[in-house]
Design a protein around this ligand. Sequence first.
Ligand code: PEP
Ligand code: MN
Length: 331
Amino acid sequence: MIIELKESAQASAADLAKKVKAFHINYQDKAYLITGSALKEVPQDLEAHAANFWVFANDIQLASKKFQQEKRSVNFGNVTIGGQSNQTILIGGPCSVESEEQLRGAAELLVGMGLSTLRGGAYKPRTSPYSFQGMGLEGLQLLAKMRQDYGLNVITEARDATHIEQIIEHTDIIQVGAKAMYDQGILRACAKTQKPVLIKRGFGTTLQEFVQAAEFVLSGGNPNVVLCERGIRTFETGTRFTLDLCGVAWLQEHTNLPIILDPSHAMGYAYGVNPLARACVAMRIDGLLIEAHPNPKVAKSDASQQLDYPAFKQLHADIQKVAHSVGYKIV
Ligand code: PEP
Ligand code: MN
């Protein structure tokens, strides 16, 4: 249940929250208490203080259309997505930060194309301990340097809670990876900042569990959450994962969160990334996360799915036409 407090009760919101074991957040100049969805009636202690309340069938509450019909708008530095913006942000860059030269090349590519946001993993959540694990703090510092040199927003992922504070400090957007989205240490730390958080769907995660991960961040006080569909595991082995566009339609129907799609990880092969990106943009999504590398063959991670720079430019040109046809703009 979500309870909106009367203005007169705002000063005692923290005490009231404690009394009924609820979360307490301030959102758009109002104070709210949030309990589990099992609660269906306003507790007696709160009756005199409630201005409004919402009852839910399950724990998708703050993220639900029932609570807020309009899509949330989230600022990625100087670019706004969601809300009424009708913009699809194209985020590009390598899977892993590998060197200054590589990252600077990616930054220059984006700036030359008029794009605003650079991706690159510094802490890589690899499935084998023998694979490249990322440059760690040095990689984060390189991303921060690119922000400084080129005025780009940077996004990078947290692998676990041990370095989440470093990630929050050095990046503009925090990426919670598909394997990390169940890590409550990460989610709780993300709730304590106001920086935007992009949560990727685990490949064995139901839509309900996915949105509940977002609820951890929202109920902890950070309203700036974006969901990212990056492919789920099915019986199919011909592609790396299966991009769940039905799930995207479900999220658009039931949640108020902006949605970014990552066809690179879903497909696993560069050849499918452009057509999938076009299909995603046709769904009026809020963003795309695309892996690009100066020489994908020698990439230290996800070599087969990364686009070379000419292919990335082609994708940009192709999705602009699709965006235009559905009333959106690529930014
Ligand atoms: C990535 O973005 O490089 C990544 C590891 O993605 P995911 O968490 O979706 O596997
Ligand atoms: Mn990758």
